[in-house]
Design a protein around this ligand. Sequence first.
Ligand code: SF4
Length: 123
Amino acid sequence: MKVVEIFKSLQGEGYNAGREAVFIRFAGCNLNCEWCDTFWKEGKEMSIKEIVDACNNIWDDDNETKTKNVILTGGEPLIQDSLMDLINELQANQWKIYIEPKSKADGNTNAEKSNPETRENNT
Ligand code: SF4
């Protein structure tokens, strides 16, 4: 899976605004909007284990009862290969998972077809 960054922050919008969460930003987006200001071109290949380990290491576990929230974002997280395998592994590690899709994934889960290196108008 190609990941731009993994970081902990507060959810800034929606029902869960203000809640602490780990964000996984995936590379690649199949919409390629001209006005996009999200950095998703660069990324590095990470295994599912590496991603889950990074989330576990970033999370502040000083309160064991605190819900571990993870947000899958991008780019377009739904075009990532192995997304369901990652979700299953995150669930096995007691993560509560939220997904921020761009609502235009067409069933193409082959990230190669949305390879950010082929993006012509990336800024
Ligand atoms: S992340 Fe994707 S859907 Fe969102 S603005 Fe950028 S190109 Fe468009």
